[in-house]
Design a protein around this ligand. Structure first.
Ligand code: AMP
Length: 218
C-alpha cells in the first residue's frame, strides 16, 4: 500500500493522473475539491458556506477540509490513497501526517507536478468534465469524439467548473504560490518529494509517476 500526495497548481493534471492511478493500481483518490463540489451541489450547510469562497478561487478553511479527509480515511479502503488537492497549507500537511499515523499508516511520496503558468491558463480555460463519470476533456487538446457526448460513458452531462474562468484562476494561482507552494520545501525537507514534468504528454507523466511508485513500493 502506497500513499501519495499529488502537489501542483490548478491545471497541473492532478485529477487526470489520479484517475489513471485508480484505474491501473486500485488506489483510492481523495480529492477535497470533488468532496467540496459535491457538498455544494447537494446543498448541505457546509456546501452553502463554501460555495462563494470556492467560486472566487480562494481556499476554504483548514478545519473544513481536514474534517472531510478525516471522515474519508475512516471508511475508504483500497490499495493506498492518492491525496489530490490536499494538503494545500502547512497546517493541513501537519494534520494529514497525524491522521495517517492514527490509522497506522504513513505517507510514502509527494509528487510535485511542475507546469508553467502560461500552460495552466490554456489548460484551465478550455477544460470541461463529464458530470457522470468524471472524465476530463479540453476544447483543443482533448475534445470529445462526438460533440456533446462523453467518450467513456456516453453521457451528455458535460460541464465546466464555476471557478474555471480567468478571474478565479488568477486568485487560485495566487493562493497556490502563497499557501501551497511552501509545501514543496516542507516535503523536500522530510525527504518525501519527487518531481515530474507536468508539461509532458499524459501517458508520459503517468510513466514517470509509475516509476516513482514502483521505487517506493520496493
Ligand atoms: P480543486 O478541485 O482541487 O481545484 O479545488 C477547487 C476549490 O476547492 C479550490 O479552489 C478551493 O476553493 C477548494 N479546495 C479544495 N481543496 C482544498 C484544500 N485542501 N484546502 C482549501 N480549499 C480547498
Amino acid at each position: 500500500m502506497t500513499n501519495i500526495i499529488l502537489l501542483g497548481p490548478p491545471g497541473a493534471g492532478k485529477g487526470t493522473q489520479a484517475r489513471k492511478l485508480v484505474e491501473e493500481r486500485g488506489m483510492v483518490q481523495l480529492s477535497t475539491g470533488d468532496m467540496l463540489r459535491e457538498a455544494k451541489t447537494s446543498g448541505t450547510e457546509m456546501g452553502k458556506r463554501v460555495a462563494e469562497v470556492m467560486d472566487r478561487g480562494q481556499l476554504v478553511t483548514d478545519e473544513i477540509v481536514n474534517g472531510l479527509i478525516e471522515e474519508k480515511l475512516k471508511t475508504a479502503g483500497g490499495n493506498g490513497f492518492i491525496f489530490d488537492g490536499f494538503p494545500r497549507t502547512l497546517p493541513q500537511a501537519d494534520a494529514l501526517g497525524k491522521l495517517l499515523a492514527k490509522i497506522g499508516s504513513k505517507l510514502d511520496a509527494v509528487i510535485e507536478m511542475r507546469v508553467d503558468d502560461e500552460a495552466l491558463v490554456r489548460r484551465i480555460t478550455g477544460r470541461f468534465t463529464c458530470g457522470n463519470c468524471g472524465e476530463v476533456y479540453h476544447d483543443e487538446t482533448k475534445p470529445t469524439k462526438v460533440p456533446g457526448t462523453c467518450d467513456v460513458c456516453g453521457s451528455h452531462d458535460l460541464k465546466r467548473r464555476a471557478d474555471d474562468n480567468e478571474d478565479s484562476l488568477k486568485t487560485r494561482l495566487m493562493e497556490y504560490y502563497k499557501k501551497t507552494s511552501p509545501l514543496i520545501g516542507y516535503y523536500y525537507a522530510t525527504g518525501d518529494l519527487f518531481t515530474v514534468d507536468g508539461l509532458a504528454e499524459i501517458d508520459d507523466v503517468a510513466r514517470q509517476m509509475s516509476a516513482i511508485l514502483d521505487q517506493q513500493a520496493s
